[in-house]
Each structure stands twice: as structure tokens, then as C-alpha cells.
Design a protein around this ligand. Structure first.
Ligand code: S3P
Length: 175
């Protein structure tokens, strides 16, 4: 089984992937990390030097490769991954998708200190960030909401979220 975590920047996909790796003893693959390795640049540098379209193309290529070649993994995606090409359908066909749903205010609080490393929000001022996220989430929710499992993450610890995800998977797939 492949468990794919999707959700907005700051939803905790990487941290929860680490938790699931521990509990489930599956290998963790981080799509942003794989992209960085392949191109030999950090994500902000790829956006700056090669542009977002190039990034989305490589993101798609690696997603197809991982979903077709790997098994028994936790796949942590980037916030935009399910929103381009037919990525969300591909994810749903080849894995159990989990949307980590997080409130706008929680995302904004978490993202303010890390803004500079995230090319899509680095130029948004702190005071406009929550409004930007609200609008962006509204556009992206049509993709995120296609996930097989949706887990609300506000006020829960990574351990609790990890346990909740596995419980939901067991309930839905009897595994
Ligand atoms: C993006 C989210 C980032 C990274 C890139 C684009 C997005 O990943 O893939 O900066 O479109 O939301 P995280 O969600 O891990 O920050």
C-alpha cells in the first residue's frame, strides 16, 4: 500500500509522514526532496531560475515514477501536487490519499516564520497572508477534497494525527 499525504503548505505533511513511517514501518518519500535531488537545486531556486511550469513538469514526472515503481511507502507531496495535470486522479488510482485539513489561521501562523522558503508566498506581506491562504485554499479545495480520507489536524499532535489516519484507513479498507 502507498499512503499519499496531501494538503496545503504548513499542514504538516512532512512531520506526519515521519510519524507514519515510525508507526507503520513504511519507507517515507518526500516529493519536494526528490525534485530537489533530481534538479540539484533547492525548491525556491528552481522556481526562481527555471519557473513554476518547469517545477510542475518535474513534479508530475516524479509522481508518476514513484507511484508506478514503489510500494509500502508514505508519500509526502507538495501543497500544489494534487492541483496540476490529473495528479489527484493518479494519486487516487494508485494509493490511499489522505488530505490533512487545517484551518486558515493555523496555516498562516505556521507559515509566517517560514515564508521565505516558500516561493508562492514569499512576496505576500505578513498582514495579507491569511487572506491569500483563504483564497488559495478555496481554489485548491476542489482537488484536496477528492482525497479518500480527510483528517482534521487542528489541535492534534503529530502522534494523534498519525494514529487517526491509520484508524481511518483500517476502517475504510479493512486492512
Ligand atoms: C507548493 C508547496 C511546496 C513546494 C512548492 C510549491 C505549493 O511544498 O512543493 O513550493 O504549490 O503549494 P510544501 O507544501 O511541502 O511546502
Amino acid at each position: 500500500m502507498i499512503i499519499t499525504l496531501i494538503g496545503y503548505m504548513g499542514a504538516g505533511k512532512s512531520i506526519i509522514a515521519k510519524e507514519l513511517e515510525k508507526i507503520k514501518k513504511y519507507k517515507k518519500i518526500d516529493l519536494d526532496f526528490e525534485i530537489s535531488q533530481k534538479i540539484g537545486m533547492e525548491i525556491p531556486e528552481i522556481f526562481e531560475k527555471r519557473g513554476e511550469l518547469f517545477f510542475r513538469k518535474i513534479e508530475r514526472e516524479l509522481l508518476v515514477k514513484i507511484l508506478s515503481e514503489e510500494n509500502n511507502i508514505i508519500l509526502s507531496t507538495g501543497g500544489g501536487t494534487p492541483c496540476y495535470y490529473d495528479n489527484i486522479d493518479l494519486i487516487n488510482k494508485n494509493s490511499v490519499s489522505v488530505y490533512l485539513r487545517t484551518k486558515v489561521m493555523t496555516l498562516a501562523e505556521r507559515l509566517i516564520p517560514e515564508k521565505e522558503n516558500r516561493p508562492l508566498i514569499s512576496k505576500i506581506s505578513e498582514e495579507n497572508l491569511a487572506e491569500f491562504i483563504g483564497q488559495h485554499l478555496f481554489e485548491r479545495n476542489q482537488f484536496y477534497n477528492k482525497a479518500s480520507i480527510i483528517v482534521d489536524t487542528d489541535n492534534l499532535t503529530p502522534i494523534e494525527i498519525g494514529a487517526k489516519i491509520l484508524k481511518e484507513i483500517e476502517k475504510k479498507y479493512q486492512v
